[in-house]
Design a protein around this ligand. Structure first.
Ligand code: SF4
Length: 336
């Protein structure tokens, strides 16, 4: 079930479990990955990394790091995909395959807590960063804090999160152990409830919580990747409003990723046309010239397109095509 586990430090494992009031023999709900349905098989590369300079901060000029081989140049995160979430986005990832018609997760599986620590050990041994994802890791706060503490004490290693933005109190505790954080800002405040499958009032509250979460991470100097899904009806004016919020963060530690929605079975939301989105990116980038922005572009060899100061940038290397991982669907995008 677990991909290449490492050997855990039993004493330290038990110590952090005691500290976070976790049963060492307990388990956590996880999402298996891929055709073989195994936990811990998913990795993600941090594409924003090409826009960072030697000081680790985002460049102030529109320039990308030139590398011979993007695949080996980008940092790799090992995805810990927890099987629960605190909201119900109708388009939820992996084609909604892990939710039934009542919104219940249908393929999540319980994995021994001990095995998750072993998975973190294996990730570290391969030079990867542990990334807590989902579902959403905010629903398993003690488990994530315990694994992060274990990695710090055993290796001095930091971890990463991909989080919907609703948990600033949890993020504040985790921030000292974070190397980077992907935080959702899924829509303008008034559309947030619709996009996340919750009431309008809760959606507006989550918008403010995401702002608060971003501010905590920005103040802590954590590399922040704000993520916004783009649909066929997402307007330029909406993206300008969101840009006002994202640009409150430190531009040297902030990247803003626009994520092109792909068609999902059971959800009739409209797929965006990429040329229209690129035009919006040109304009918003020109209006917020200090904010790095980008869009995953699997049809490009480099896998990502970048914007700064109204300029489009693409990596030099064009031969790499990612084989695995969720995100944009190349066939749909070609058809768009
Ligand atoms: S926040 Fe993420 S994991 Fe949760 S329902 Fe939305 S898309 Fe799915």
């Amino acid at each position: 079930m677990i991909f290449e586990p490492g050997i855990i430090d039993e004493d330290l494992f038990r110590a952090v479990c005691a500290e976070y009031r976790l049963d060492p023999e307990g388990s956590a709900s996880m999402l298996p990955y891929g055709d073989r349905g195994k936990v811990g098989w998913e990795t993600r590369r941090l594409y924003f990394d090409l826009a960072r300079g030697q000081d680790g901060l985002f460049n102030t000029e529109p320039a990308l790091r030139q590398v011979a081989d993007i695949r080996s140049a980008l940092p790799v995160t090992r995805i810990f995909s927890f099987g629960k979430c605190n909201v119900s986005c109708p388009y939820c990832k992996r084609d909604c395959q892990f939710r039934d018609e009542d919104g219940n997760i249908i393929v999540a599986t319980d994995v021994a807590l001990r095995d998750l620590f072993a998975l973190a050990e294996g990730a570290y041994a391969r030079g990867e960063t542990v990334r807590f994802s989902g579902g959403d890791p905010v629903v398993l706060p003690k488990q994530t804090l315990a694994i992060a503490a274990y990695m710090r004490r055993r290796y001095g290693a930091k971890v990463s999160i991909a989080h919907n933005g609703s948990g600033p109190a949890w993020v504040k505790k985790l921030a000292p152990d974070l190397a980077s954080a992907a935080i959702d800002l899924k829509a303008v405040s008034e559309k947030m409830g619709h996009i996340m499958g919750v009431s309008a009032a809760l959606g507006e509250r989550i918008y403010r919580l995401s702002e608060e979460t971003q501010a905590i991470l920005s103040s802590a100097g954590v590399i922040l990747d704000v993520r916004t899904p783009i649909f066929g009806d997402t307007s330029l004016e909406e993206m300008r409003q969101l840009a006002e919020t994202v640009s409150k963060n430190n531009p040297r530690t902030t990247f803003w990723t626009w994520r092109l929605y792909k068609a999902v079975h059971g959800c009739d939301w409209v797929v965006p046309q990429k040329e229209i989105v690129f035009g919006m990116l040109d304009r918003v980038s020109a209006e917020f010239p200090h904010l790095w922005m980008g869009v995953r572009a699997k049809w490009e060899g480099g896998g990502m397109m970048y914007w700064l100061g109204g300029q489009r940038l693409t990596p030099m290397e064009m031969s790499y095509a990612e084989k695995r991982g969720s995100g944009n669907n190349i066939e749909l995008l070609r058809a768009a």
